[in-house]
Design a protein around this ligand. Structure first.
Ligand code: 3PG
Length: 396
């Protein structure tokens, strides 16, 4: 039970040694600027620990989903700039991943220095978990540290194959994430409530299925709720709807009726013609106008969810309740974030959009037990799946 991940200490004396540090610096960009630098900040403690130990730190990450060749829209250059600002030191960046530029940046790093490789996904070998590509990455370093919690669910070369080629350890961020999330999987204090949102129900159904019989309460909002509402027989107008998932949602409703979980769906929603509409109106779920779409949960739903969270002893929340980037549709996400923050037990915010929402809404991160840096990774973790990036670190 639980994970036993070797930490940085297990690597011994790092003075002058070259460390390949896999981080998750996959930040949201808007017009070439970093919209939320949470993941860059989250990478700092491990970088600082390695530099203070005298290591030569070569950081690598993916950004977005380029298709295996260089694409300037996904360059890590803005991240190198931000990293340098936050570390208050220069961070030379390679113009390639494992080519001449990477070798020369690596070779030029002094003890205690930090460099960055270009986006790993500019190389086709990355997502293919290719051995040869992993070997070229491994040649740049003496040891490997994985601190990219957000990517541990990917069997990609920089997360998986490379760890088999070098002495390896988990970074402090990965270890902290895993220690908290292990508590959700193993004997959570009850009641255990899970709040799910976000756009795509097809992304979330596996975790919903895994939570049946494990979580006590399941609260569903966000774009994904409309396929559930359709499964309940409501007309959802122009709201997001995944027709081909309606039957699967019906199965979940039946499981809830059979007592496997207390499932709560919205009773009211905020609707408008488009997200740019600043005149949202709130309607009960049986009155969604045919020419409008739901973009947030309504106030009655927010109150209902808050009530279900009030006495919970363990809470996991992943996915915004609405299109919080637009002011008229942020009330639901704010209400849920505040309700999660008020719970007295263990409260965990699953990364990605929900973590970005917490920061965008100005809710202090320390009001939660833990704000994860992993979106998909934290979901797969609480599903109880074996994650390739963690499994490989446990191999000795
Ligand atoms: C994330 O944003 O969840 C991680 O960085 C993983 O990104 P990916 O879904 O593109 O693999």
């Amino acid at each position: 039970v639980g994970h036993e991940l070797p930490g940085i200490d297990s690597l011994g004396d790092l003075r002058g040694r070259r460390v390949l540090l896999r981080a998750d610096l996959n930040v949201p960009l808007a017009d070439g600027r970093i919209a939320d630098d949470g993941r860059v900040r989250a990478s700092l403690p491990t970088i600082a620990r390695l530099t203070s130990a005298g290591a030569r730190v070569l950081v690598c990450s993916h950004l977005g989903r380029p298709k295996g060749s260089p694409d300037p829209r996904y360059s890590l250059a803005p991240v190198a700039v931000r990293l340098a600002e936050l570390l208050d030191r220069s961070v030379p960046m390679a113009t390639d991943v494992v080519g001449e530029s990477a070798s020369s940046v690596a070779a030029g790093l002094p003890a205690g220095g930090v460099g960055l490789l270009e986006n790993l996904r500019f190389e086709p070998g990355e997502t293919a978990d290719d051995e040869e590509f992993a070997r070229r990455l491994a040649m740049l370093a003496d040891v490997y540290v994985d601190d990219a919690f957000g990517a541990v669910h990917r069997a990609h070369a920089s997360v998986s194959a490379v760890a088999r080629l070098l002495p390896h350890a988990a970074g402090d961020l990965v270890r902290r994430e895993v220690a908290v999330l292990d508590r959700l999987v193993e004997q959570p204090d009850r009641p255990y409530a899970v709040v799910l949102g976000g756009a795509k129900v097809s992304d979330k159904l596996p975790v919903v299925a895994a939570l049946l019989g494990r979580a006590d309460r399941l609260l569903i909002g966000g774009g994904m709720c409309f396929t559930f509402l359709a499964a309940q027989g409501f007309a959802v107008g122009r709201s997001l709807l995944e027709e081909d998932q309606v039957a699967a949602c019906r199965d979940v409703l039946a499981a809830a009726d059979a007592g496997q979980v207390r499932l709560r769906l919205p009773v009211d929603v905020a609707v408008a013609a488009t997200t740019d509409d600043d005149r949202a109106s709130v309607v009960p779920v049986d009155r969604i106008p045919a020419d409008q779409a739901g973009f947030d949960i309504g106030p009655q739903t927010a109150a209902l969810f808050a009530q279900e969270l009030a006495d919970a002893r363990t809470v996991f929340w992943n996915g915004p309740m609405g299109v919080f980037e637009h002011e008229p549709f942020q009330a639901g996400t704010r209400a849920v974030a505040e309700a999660v923050a008020r719970t007295r037990g263990l409260s965990v915010v699953g990364g990605g959009d929900s973590a970005a929402a917490v920061r965008a809404l100005g809710i202090p991160e320390n009001s939660f037990t833990h704000v994860s840096t992993g979106g998909g990774a934290s979901l797969e973790f609480i599903e109880g799946r074996t994650l390739p990036g963690l499994a490989v670190l446990e191999e000795r």
